[in-house]
Design a protein around this ligand. Structure first.
Ligand SMILES: NC(=O)c1ccc[n+]([C@@H]2O[C@H](COP(=O)([O-])OP(=O)(O)OC[C@H]3O[C@@H](n4cnc5c(N)ncnc54)[C@H](O)[C@@H]3O)[C@@H](O)[C@H]2O)c1
Length: 279
């Protein structure tokens, strides 16, 4: 069986940043697996377009786009209440929404991407979105996930080790290391509840709006090929399914998932050691 053949009927998921890119690929995959999915994104209209791609397709769960800025704790609470009101439970939270270097590059006040010349407001916004937004959403969802017990999942999207420490990349790199710590700490906080917390990442630059046009051009000159957003889908589906029930505090690379292997072996092959070493 391949990860894409796993079924998730009767489960409800929230995917943040689902209007486009990697979040949309994850939300579509969960919906195709039969889960009911809330597409949560600060770009409200675009969530509507994203769900229109897939609504009503055979085998799909129900889908709905909701405007939600994860920097706002009240908006996160409303999104969780909406999931429970519409679908009766919340089982899976995918914390995917994020901001990165492209936002510093676009700032008129940023002279360069070096930390002392960057725009402090944009720097703060990357942390507010990636680190605190992930916390806001997880905090709002936790009581419902705990109610879901052994079906409860938090899946955090981070990035490659090299990206976390690349020069000129400080707000983004810092934020993603912090999310790795959130994964490891929250996995322990949730011990005994059945809820698992894991990290997934594509495993390289991925063809979305997140990578600037200049970044894409630079990658092309090196001969490297951009990954497609759905590269990340296999570990997400596997973690969301019953196969992921005992798996917590781990990190999975989409690019390393070998679909020709049995699921357990594919998962082992895609699993990387934690970014932060065990104490
Ligand atoms: N593209 C890559 O090369 C790459 C590589 C590794 C990891 N990632 C990670 O994947 C995730 C998704 O990135 P992407 O490439 O799809 O980017 P993207 O820019 O295409 O999509 C990000 C989405 O997040 C939404 N968003 C941003 N701030 C938000 C907020 N405060 N509240 C709600 N929604 C918000 C945006 O509206 C957008 O729809 C990010 O966490 C990113 O760090 C991306």
């Amino acid at each position: 069986m391949k990860a894409r053949d796993l079924r998730l009927e009767g489960r409800t998921a929230i995917v943040t940043g689902a209007a486009r890119g990697i979040g949309k690929a994850i939300a579509h995959a969960l919906a195709r697996a039969g889960a009911n999915v809330l597409y949560a994104d600060m770009d409200g209209p675009a969530t509507g377009y994203a769900t229109r791609d897939i609504a009503g397709q055979p085998g799909c769960g129900r889908v709905l786009g909701v405007p939600c800025d994860i920097r706002d704790p009240a908006a996160c609470e409303r999104t969780v209440h909406e999931a429970v009101r519409l679908f009766g439970s919340l089982d899976i939270l995918v914390n995917n929404a994020g901001k990165g270097p492209v936002h510093l590059e676009k700032s008129p006040r940023t002279k360069s991407l070096k930390f002392w010349e960057s725009d402090a407001d944009v720097w703060r916004d990357v942390i507010a979105t990636n680190v605190i937004g992930t916390f806001n959403m997880s905090r709002a969802a936790a009581p419902e996930l705990i109610r879901a017990g052994a079906r409860g999942r938090i899946i955090n999207v981070t990035t490659s080790l090299a990206t976390m420490q690349r020069k000129n990349n400080s707000p983004y790199g810092v934020s993603k290391v912090a999310i790795e710590a959130e994964t490891l700490i929250w996995a322990q906080d949730l011990e005994g509840t059945g809820v698992t917390v894991n990290t997934v990442l594509p495993g390289g630059a991925t063809d979305t709006d997140f990578v600037s046009a200049m970044g894409k051009a630079n990658i092309a000159t090196t001969g490297r090929v951009l990954l497609q957003p759905d590269i990340i889908v296999a570990p997400v589906l596997w973690l969301a399914s019953d196969h992921g029930a005992q798996v917590t505090g781990r990190r999975f690379v989409g690019k390393d998932w070998d679909d020709s292997l049995p699921l357990a072996q594919a998962a082992e092959g895609a699993c990387e050691p934690p970014v932060i070493r065990e104490a």
